[in-house]
Design a protein around this ligand. Structure first.
Ligand code: 5GP
Ligand code: ZN
Length: 112
């Protein structure tokens, strides 16, 4: 299995854990784009948001719930951003579905 996020989930590539439960794992981004930059991934391999199936809807809710819980734990009361890049035009570089939680600074809009 060559997916780097699957290897992070199973522990064969080290990461800094931020949050975990039975269906998802969250860890610090290696190349942070904000003071808080956490990646939230399903333990199950799903290539991208473009590949989710109807059976994944509860899991998608769990991922958003995790983002909100982590934001609360990081005291991001002033706001934050949750991003999913999907596919080449979306800027996705790792083909395992993940949410970016970005916070600790003011974000700009539109994204690049
Ligand atoms: P994408 O561009 O696919 O939306 O986001 C991939 C993210 O994964 C990037 O922000 C990148 O810094 C992060 N990343 C890539 N490889 C690793 C790794 O081995 N460990 C960690 N912690 N983050 C990684
Ligand atoms: Zn994977």
């Amino acid at each position: 299995m060559s997916c780097i996020f699957c290897k992070i989930v199973e522990g064969s590539i080290p990461s800094i854990a931020v949050y975990q439960n039975e269906c998802c794992y969250a860890f610090a981004d290696l190349n942070p784009k904000a003071p808080v930059h956490v990646l939230i991934v399903p333990r199950k391999h799903i290539g991208s948001l473009g590949e989710v199936e109807v059976g994944d809807t509860a899991l998608l809710g769990q991922l958003l719930w995790a983002a909100a819980e982590i934001a609360r734990s990081k005291q991001l009361e002033n706001g934050y951003r949750v991003v999913i890049n999907s596919g080449p035009d979306g800027g996705q570089t790792v083909d395992h579905l993940h949410l970016h939680l970005l916070g600790g600074r003011s974000m700009t809009w539109p994204p690049g």
